[in-house]
Design a protein around this ligand. Structure first.
Ligand code: SME
Length: 165
């Protein structure tokens, strides 16, 4: 699979590696979680094709609450274990959903969403920060390369946060 960048086709993994580098530079040295989460969502949303939502759900100690994102207004609160986001938070495993219509308990915030990837965000002390959620209007938009790429991006995000401690 290829992404188009500056009019040139680059491999998906190259594109993610490039994005991770951009994210690292953008987040470095900034202590504000809100600022970094907002810029991270904007960077990813505008750098990958065929997306309709990209953003954070942050764990408040009881449930997931929507955080900085790009896309249409979304569901505000999601219980752990509910929907794709709550499942990623509870299992702490990335969820790659080919067709959200066949995911039992999927929470449809935007009817346009057809496929979804959700990466759990775990702090260095083992506690849950929240999840990173990306939706597409196309079925099967996310594959194993996206899983690896999104997990690498989330690592960059979590490391930038840790470096500020
Ligand atoms: N579809 C998600 C809810 C969040 S929205 O996609 C932004 C879910 O089932 O958890």
């Amino acid at each position: 699979m290829f992404e188009i960048k500056n009019g040139q086709a680059t491999s998906k993994s190259e594109h993610y590696a490039d994005l991770a580098q951009q994210a690292q530079g953008m987040l470095a040295g900034e202590p504000s979680l809100t600022a970094n989460a907002a810029n991270f969502a904007a960077l990813v949303f505008h750098s990958l094709s065929d997306l309709n939502w990209a953003g954070f759900y942050l764990y408040d100690g009881a449930e997931l609450v929507v955080g900085p994102f790009q896309g249409k207004p979304a569901c505000i609160r999601i219980a752990l274990g509910k929907g794709v986001c709550g499942t990623a938070a509870q299992t702490r495993e990335t969820q790659v959903i080919r067709d959200v219509n066949s995911f039992d308990g999927h929470i449809a915030c935007d009817a346009a969403s057809q496929s979804e990837i959700v990466v759990p965000l775990v702090k260095s002390d083992g506690s849950l920060l929240g999840v990173w959620d990306v939706d597409s209007p196309s079925i099967g938009r996310f594959d194993e390369e996206d899983r690896a790429g999104m997990e690498a991006l989330c690592n960059v995000f979590m490391q930038a946060l840790d470096a500020q401690k």
